[in-house]
Ligand binder design. Structure first.
Ligand SMILES: N[C@@H](CCC(=O)N[C@@H](CS)C(=O)NCC(=O)O)C(=O)O
Length: 233
């Protein structure tokens, strides 16, 4: 059984989709990051950077409970545990790893900063908005070129690289990123194809009533971006 420490955000959706795609038993433990639940010491034991998602596999290596944080590591863990969405052939496996790392090192962090300066930052900082908007568009161009050549990010088959990237390019997130996909027709085609998968639809639907984009209350801002993040224990 996988314990899924979760809130419906782009990074949370990665593991929600994965759990549904690989059809493994799981139980949800909601961590409301708007209310500061991510700072609970019990959660920090599992997720030292106070972020969702995280998992505990009650039947981990050696039959013992094992916890994993960082969405990319969780996707790899679940792929290796179930043998799904992760090809065996070394070359294709490295295609998956490269595009998974591209998501973890570029798509997530840069789109995240773009979203912050476009939608959450209490000050209007045009240079920061322009910088992260441009970097995000450059990343979309890289994805678009790749998807012009291949059906999925790692080649012919849907993999954990697609699971990691898709939640960041869906409509709800993009409204805050202020990027339209018309210039990136291959990303649009891929988005459409991925969004038809029943496992992806079930993952995106997980606790979707709690999904919020932009307009944080003062308390939420403090928890997600402000003083609560930086206080010393
Ligand atoms: N690199 C991490 C990033 C996770 C992350 O930023 N999660 C956000 C939600 S999308 C979060 O938990 N924010 C709460 C906080 O910053 O305290 C991963 O991929 O798991």
């Amino acid at each position: 059984m996988i314990h899924h420490y979760y809130w419906p955000t782009p990074n949370g959706h990665k593991t929600a989709i994965m759990l549904e795609e690989v059809e493994i038993d799981y139980k949800i433990f909601p961590i409301d990051i708007h209310n500061g639940a991510q700072f609970d010491p019990e959660f920090i034991k599992i997720s030292p950077n106070n972020r969702v998602p995280a998992i505990v596999d009650t039947d981990g290596p050696g039959g013992q409970p094992y916890s994993v944080f960082e969405s990319g590591a969780i996707l790899l863990y679940l792929a290796e545990k179930t043998g799904k969405l992760y090809p065996k052939d070394v070359k294709t496996r490295y295609e998956v790893k490269q595009w998974l790392m591209f998501q973890m090192g570029n798509v997530g962090p840069m789109f995240g900063q773009n979203g912050y300066f476009q939608g959450y930052c209490p000050e209007d900082i045009p240079l920061a908005k322009e910088r992260y908007h441009n970097v995000s568009k450059q990343i979309y161009s890289v994805l678009d070129k790749r998807l012009a050549e291949f059906t999925y990010l790692a080649g012919d088959d849907f993999s954990i690289a697609d699971v990691a990237t898709f939640p960041w390019t869906t409509i709800k997130q993009r409204t805050m990123h202020k990027i339209e996909l018309d210039e990136y027709p291959n990303v649009l085609r891929w988005n459409e194809e991925v969004s038809q998968r029943p496992g992806v639809q079930r993952g995106i639907a997980m606790m979707s009533d709690d999904l919020k984009v932009g307009n944080p209350s003062e308390e939420t801002y403090k928890n997600m971006f402000g003083s609560a993040q930086f206080k010393k224990d």
